[in-house]
Ligand binder design. Sequence first.
Ligand code: 3H9
Length: 684
Amino acid sequence: MTDPISSETHGDIRIIWSDNPPVNALGAAVRQGLVREIEAAEKDDAVNAVVIACKGRTFFAGADITEFGKPPVMPWLPDVVDRIENCTKPVVAAIHGTALGGGCEVALGCHYRVALPSAKLGFPEVNLGLLPGAGGTQRAPRVAGVELALQMATSGKPISAEKAHDAGLVDRLVEGDLVQHAVAYAEEVKDIRPLPKSSERDDKVRNVDPALFDEYKKANAKLFRGDVAPQANLECIRTATEKPYEEGVKIERMKFMELMSGEQARARQYFFFAERKAAKIEGVGEDVTPREISRVGVIGAGTMGGGISMNFLSAGIPVTIVEMNQEALDRGTAVMQKNYQSTAKKGRMTEEQVEQAMGLLDPTLDFDKLSECDLIIEAVYENMDVKKEIFSRLDKIAKKGAILASNTSYLDINEIASVTDRPGDVVGLHFFSPANIMKLLEVVRGDRTADDVLVTAMALAKKIRKVAVVAGVCYGFIGNRMLIPRQKQAEQLLLEGATPQQIDKVHVEFGMPMGPFQMADLAGVDIGWHRDPERIESIRDALCAIDRWGQKKGAGFYDYDENRRPSPSGKVQSIIDEFAARKGVEKREISDQEIVERTLYTMVNEGAKILEEGKAQRASDIDVVWVYGYGWPVYRGGPMYWADSEGLDKIVDGLKRQEERLGDDWSFSELLLDKAEKGEKFTR
Ligand code: 3H9
């Protein structure tokens, strides 16, 4: 293996280079090389200052995550950072790309930091269930101030080099040749003594009001719910305001080790790789190149069509959006404009960017204009006949090689493709609502979808900052298909004696953003309703028949006040009771454990069926769908990882206990039974 660390000398400045693709992770060889080169520079009388720089696309993006869980190899990153800081000659970090986690800590160990304006700095450790464990929780508040350090470490979101510069985290922003500038900077500072050490500063951590931490937590309660890492990050940063550096790093080390050995960190680290694996399509060679997409067409300017369009507009891709009548087109365009405007109001976009994005939109009533598009996404309502009609029209007008996509959330892509003479160009692109915000994209692979169409869809997803997962054709694909047993059991549990509040509470305590009934009220109880108020076959039908369609009507499974605050509904309870009596279902006390077994274990069982039928490429893809599409708590890894952690035998036992109540149409997944029997796991 070639040494990732090398050096060269410019006059009296030593440049230490790291070249460890793809992201210059701080693996053992990098750590060893850094120490070796710092020591060599120190000993060399001809050297007066050092620059640390990285080749490739980025400065160090952090510790090497693939080393986690393996026996440690010396030197440890904290010792490397200390060694840099204790170098007797000034060390300048030259930052481009993303200085993340351990990378940001290395930069903080350097005496000075020079960065390109396009660079980003951050502490994403929290996303891995960790905290910056190489002195970052102690050095960052000393250099950048407590509030910014708290934000960076507990949210995991990187900040721009400009913001870092304003906070003192970067000493100089430079344009052009970064390393040349860093060398010049090193020349300027080479004689300054004492060397500025982050660990020795205390001006920004002295006299900090301890109330700040509680206030921060209160204002960011969502970050802390159920998740242990943000709290540990906060505590370490608070320690920096209370104790000397030497004590602070000891506490940081202890908490880092505690987190590292915990289940949440394991789940999050699993998920990090799961997300990246999802982008890989089985059976499709690396040599397949994506088709070029320079204009996208969207059919339907409703909530979905508008949201979908915004993704492309924001990424600088022109969109032709088609509607049936002017009023609907105007309404859809106005909603997009309003959504952009509200993003701008929050400071996440400039007015100029809003204008730019909207300037790329071509709203039209002329269906034939879609012939200019390289990708056309149909986003009309869920009706097979309507979709088939649209696709046969598209088949006649779309240019050769254009990709024809449906945003269906349930329907059979093969059947849709069958009305065209080009089934290879047809694919499902299932966006989640609100489509401009939700990260997940299910890419539905029809039996005849061409490889390069899939590759294009995956590449495009990355471009519009979505996480794409390939799904096979089946009713509801991966995500919605798994919702079906959950919804069915949740409703059945109502008849047997549970309340919507109890079921929702179990889900929220588990870590979901909301429970099944809160979700139904938010999304619309009427979604998928047959629209016949006389036909009442479920509690949902009964609610829809009396206009309780959810939050939008001020009533659904819950009652809502004018501020959309929910409260339990006596009316709903009496509907449930009536329904139960009519069906002859006897009421009993329902335990929270039974709710878990009937709503979550059944989801795992459905996930196993999806795997068994080859409708998902791998168990981890199912987890990615559930984390990004439905808010499954990432610190529990996703339903399949969670099932593995619980033990598949426990899941099977729970389902056996409930089997009689699960209904005649419920059945065990053979794969689940088999794996449980053999003591195997889905994800590991
Ligand atoms: C830490 O630093 C702890 C310390 O505080 C204390 C220690 C004591 N290690 O994401 P991409 C791989 S914790 C190993 O597709 P992008 C990744 O798996 C660390 N591998 O690229 C993928 O491999 P493959 C804190 C890594 O351009 C390939 O690189 N740092 C690492 O979309 C490309 O990745 C983080 O959490 C790593 N650290 O985004 C940063 N990072 O091609 C994590 C990436 O085989 N990384 N890989 O699938 C990122 O956020 C993004 O990768 C980054 C680039 C923004 C850098």
